[in-house]
Structures are given as structure tokens and as C-alpha cells.
Design a protein around this ligand. Structure first.
Ligand code: ZN
Length: 250
């Protein structure tokens, strides 16, 4: 038995299949990660040509069959193409990174409406921001870690309970520790970087343009958050979009 399913969705990845069809991985609001077959979508004059692209937001209809890895796409409406990203290398690299991180972090058919809200509001903010777009990436990474159950503790050292001034990342346990509890080989995070992370955690996504971290601080936090996610989330260290991101981030 197959059942009609309808949901909002973000395109995570597309894979060419035959000369005319496309396999599309979606993160749907209602059903989580779903893979669908879009027959004929690669034909130049097909109505879906260019619609099924990363990181577009869509309203989708598909036929769901239990036990099947790939479902059948029936209808699509484009909800948002985030058009401003297309002409901007830095912001489009950021969007690719956000989407691929989500793809690697979540499992198939696991509805996570809060994560859907996080990815769509982050893409929207990237699309409209006039500020420092890496702050959107850092905000997203902080919230992604939190929603996956690995919230960063930014105030007190979990080993000794002291207030953290300059922090280090324990490469084994993955906790943020104070310098006194520093294990060998740990990544250091300076006061300004810690302060920027606390600001990010306390700022609503729509207010991110008010944050202007110095370029050194931004790079320190960029490296730190990636390392943090690599430690906690399996497969995150294999991000294909990371090379492009590292070339264009400011
Ligand atoms: Zn400590």
C-alpha cells in the first residue's frame, strides 16, 4: 500500500539518475529525511527543471511505501529559492555547508521540526543579511549541536566548576574546559572568542547583523565549532563543502 504524503521540505542533495531522472534527498518538516525519485526532471523543458536544487525550499507531494528506500515524487511547488545566494560565492558556500551538515547529522525518516525551523530560518537569514554572513553559520552550528543533544556549556568548567575565562576543548571527551583542567593536545579558545560564542547563544537569529566579531575571533570560532562538531557527530569530518567554505569565508 502506498500513501500520499505532503510536506514542506529543503533540498539536501540531488543525484543524477539515468539521462532524464533525478534522485533527490529532502529534509521534510513532517517526515524528516526522505529520498524521492523525480522522473523526467532532468529534461530541459520539464516543469521541474531547476526547481529541485540545493538549498531550495519546496512544498512536496510524494507517494510513500513502507520499506522502500526511494519514494515517488508526485508534485512540487517552489516555496523559496533564496535567490540572493546565487550571485554571492561566500553566502552560497555557507548555504551548502549548512545543508550538508544537516544531511550528515540526521538519520532517515526521523521527524525533527525544530531542526527544520533552524535550517529554513538560517537559509532565510543568509539570503537577506547585510552583515557578516559567517555569524549565521556559527549561530547555526551552535544551535545544531544543541538540538542534537551536544549543547556547548559556555559558562562553567564541567570538571572543576569554575567560571571559564579562557577555554580549551578536550579532544577526547569533547567538553569545553577551563585552562587549569587542560588536557594535552587541546584546542584553545581565547576570551574574545568565548565572549562572541556567548553573544551568539544569547542572540535571536533575526538580530545577528548586530554582531561584528573581529576577523581573528571569527576564524578562531569557525575552527573551534567545526572541531566540536567533528568530535560529537559521526561523519561530520567528511564534509565535501568544507573546502569551498574555507576558501571563501571572510
Ligand atoms: Zn576546570
Amino acid at each position: 500500500m502506498s500513501a500520499p504524503h505532503t510536506s514542506q521540505a529543503v533540498v539536501l542533495r540531488t543525484i543524477e539518475y539515468s539521462d532524464t531522472s533525478l534522485i533527490v534527498r529532502l529534509f521534510t518538516e513532517t517526515y524528516g529525511k526522505v529520498t524521492v525519485m523525480a522522473r523526467g526532471a532532468r529534461r530541459p523543458k520539464h516543469a521541474l527543471h531547476g526547481v529541485l536544487s540545493v538549498p531550495h525550499r519546496l512544498a512536496v507531494d510524494y507517494r510513500h511505501k513502507d520499506g522502500r528506500d526511494i519514494q515517488t515524487l508526485v508534485g512540487v511547488e517552489l516555496a523559496d529559492s533564496y535567490a540572493a545566494l546565487a550571485g554571492d560565492l561566500g553566502r552560497s558556500a555557507a548555504a551548502w555547508l549548512l545543508v550538508e551538515m544537516l544531511d550528515r547529522a540526521v538519520q532517515v525518516a526521523d521527524p525533527l521540526p525544530l531542526l527544520f525551523r533552524l535550517i529554513t530560518s538560517s537559509l532565510e537569514q543568509l539570503n537577506t543579511t547585510t552583515g557578516d554572513f559567517p555569524t549565521v553559520v556559527h549561530f547555526y552550528q551552535l544551535q545544531l549541536a544543541r538540538q542534537l543533544g551536544y549543547a556547548l556549556q559556555l559558562e562553567k568548567c564541567p570538571r572543576c566548576g569554575r567560571q571559564v575565562q579562557t577555554a580549551v576543548l578536550d579532544p577526547l571527551g569533547g567538553d569545553l574546559l577551563c585552562v587549569r583542567c587542560r588536557p594535552s593536545g587541546s584546542l584553545r579558545l581565547g576570551r574574545a572568542a568565548l565572549s562572541y560564542l556567548r553573544d551568539l547563544a544569547a542572540t535571536h537569529i533575526s538580530e545577528l547583523d548586530s554582531l561584528h566579531p573581529a576577523s581573528g575571533v571569527r576564524q578562531e570560532v569557525d575552527q573551534f565549532l567545526l572541531k566540536y562538531l567533528f568530535i560529537h557527530v559521526d561523519g561530520m569530518d567528511k564534509l565535501r563543502s568544507l573546502k569551498f567554505w574555507r576558501q571563501v569565508r571572510k
